[in-house]
Design a protein around this ligand. Structure first.
Ligand SMILES: Nc1ncnc2c1ncn2[C@@H]1O[C@H](COP(=O)(O)OP(=O)(O)OP(=O)(O)O)[C@@H](O)[C@H]1O
Length: 504
């Protein structure tokens, strides 16, 4: 046995979050660790990465009892962890990040930069990335940063590799590339602990599964013969009747019209309309310009040219604050960047609807809204110790739920949801889709940007596909298929819509 964890217990501030959990990992095994938001998955793996220590219980690696008190000790034992938000130094280069703390040295003294760059380039190339190793990490997209985090783990010759939602921000193609890598790690005998909320991935890549619920071990078994519904039942402790609500909206009046909107280098000459009763989805690869388009309409980025017409009147916001005053809402994918205030408690975070931290106090809502915030906690099943808990102590998925909950209670007229269900468990997704459905029924505008194609196909009434800053395809829910979206998103078919219109 490569890793053996026995009877692990852990409490924070007197609340038990792991209760007698056992976990075993074999050589060359990919072992899925599954559970709802706040079930204790990250806390469990942080015991082997040296971030937390168990209050009780035993950990052995290759049969030898270990006490892992720091990430350096974990590294020395061959444990590497890749988090959902890659922990990289933004102002350092790719090579410096990969070899941070373990730089190759000349005569044991000076960092050997040439070797570092050469090795960094080779590892990145093996992952399919051709970046110059001197590129600063802050110039990379999130998925490219993930590749650097993986390269870092590879460079440390890990025996145990922990992947905490590695695919949450990856496109399908990048995901396939990661799976190939995982298979090659398996062949080398590396044991992988794989945490994900994308249950459809499990059978692709994992051998065994352990499911936790509320800090307790529910089951460990071979994945073979275990269907997605069984996994959901073990995770939630109940059946899930449906994931997506029945969409029955009638298309009504035009709400939003975007004409010739350009913001170089992100997107050019974008045209589209949004109607009442519609849930408009934006598909495309990361970097195709979808997020920047939404941010430009929202006033967070300045446009070069073009018009945005909201309910028949042109709007040109000088910043997000003006957009919020016009009852526009934006759920950000960058949770701890702009979305939340980590040192404030859950109630405060839920009742601040302003994005712009400089003005945060001006958006405090009143008692009535605070009650609504508590409703949101219940509605999205936010697993918390109480409304006074600081957001930084919430699990990743519960932080995302707070971001969402805040906008849902803020009563906006137009919502932009950018990767809204990333890191959210399947039970809460269902609740969220139902909330989206109700908001649209109540006449609100809804624009969803998502890399999760099943989500776009399940919830949207119309889908626009972006590629390299252009809208290259448009389809109704009935016309949409995963194949068509994937092909358009990768630029294999379709003419930029603006160009097609010019040709006509
Ligand atoms: N440092 C901490 N201080 C206090 N509570 C914490 C701390 N870290 C985690 N918790 C709590 O422990 C519980 C388990 O959190 P954990 O992050 O392990 O969940 P998870 O299963 O990884 O969830 P997710 O799927 O949302 O990432 C949660 O209730 C969380 O709020």
């Amino acid at each position: 046995m490569l890793l053996d964890m026995q009877n692990i217990n852990k409490s924070f501030f007197g609340v038990k979050v792991l209760d007698g959990v056992n976990f075993h990992l074999g050589h060359g095994e990919v072992h899925a660790l599954i559970g709802g938001n706040g079930a204790g998955k990250s806390t469990l793996v942080k015991m082997i990465s040296g971030f937390h220590q168990p209050d009780e219980g035993e950990i052995s690696i290759e049969g030898k009892r270990v006490h892992i008190n720091s990430s350096i000790e974990a590294q020395q034992l061959g444990v590497s962890i890749i988090y959902q938000d890659p922990a990289l130094v933004q102002d350092m280069s790719i090579a410096e990040n990969i070899f941070l703390g373990v730089e190759p040295r000349v005569f044991g003294l000076f960092a050997n930069h040439r070797k570092m760059k050469r090795d960094a380039r080779d590892i990145m190339k093996s992952l399919g990335y051709m970046h110059h190793p001197g590129t600063l990490v802050r110039h990379l997209s999130l998925s490219e940063q993930h590749a650097v985090a993986i390269a870092k783990a590879i460079s440390k010759r890990a025996r145990i590799l922990i992947m905490d939602e590695p695919t949450a921000s990856l496109t399908d193609m990048e995901r396939e590339r990661l799976f190939l890598l995982i298979r090659s790690f398996k062949e080398e005998g590396i044991g992988i602990i794989y945490i994900t909320h994308r249950l459809e991935e499990l059978h692709n890549i994992c051998d065994r599964i352990t499911i936790l619920r509320d800090g307790k071990h529910v089951i460990t078994r071979d994945l073979k013969g275990l269907g997605e519904n069984d996994v959901i039942r073990f995770m939630l402790g109940r059946e899930l009747k449906y994931l997506f609500p029945q969409v029955t909206h009638e298309k009504g009046k035009e709400l939003l019209s975007v004409k010739g909107l350009t913001r170089k280098p992100w997107f050019t000459n974008i045209q589209f309309q949004l109607y009442e009763g519609e849930i408009l989805g934006f598909a495309g690869l990361v970097g195709s310009g979808r997020t920047e388009l939404a941010k430009t309409i929202f006033g967070e980025l300045k446009r070069d040219s073009g018009e945005v017409i909201w309910k028949g009147k042109e709007v040109r916001f000088r910043g997000p604050r003006e957009a919020i005053q016009h009852r526009f809402g934006f759920v950000n994918r960058d949770r701890l960047g702009k979305g939340l205030f980590p040192d404030m408690n859950i109630s405060q975070n839920l009742t601040i609807s302003g994005l712009d931290h400089l003005h945060k106090w001006q958006f405090l809502l009143f008692k009535e809204e605070q009650d609504k915030a508590l409703d949101a906690i219940l509605q999205l099943s936010i697993n918390i110790q109480g409304p006074d808990q600081k957001v930084k102590y919430l699990s990743g998925g519960n932080q995302q739920k707070v971001t969402l909950g805040r906008w849902l209670v803020a009563d906006c007229d137009l919502y932009f949801l950018d990767e809204p269900t990333q890191s959210i468990d399947v039970g809460a997704k269902t609740e969220m889709y139902a909330s989206i459905h109700d908001l649209v029924e109540a006449g609100k505008g809804m624009i969803i940007i998502s890399s999760d194609l099943s989500e776009l196909l399940g919830i949207c009434t119309r889908i626009l596909v972006m590629h390299e800053g252009h809208i290259v395809d448009e389809m109704t829910r009935m016309e949409a298929t995963e194949e068509r979206i994937t092909q358009s998103a990768s630029g294999m078919t379709g003419t930029p819509r603006s160009e097609a219109q010019e040709i006509e």
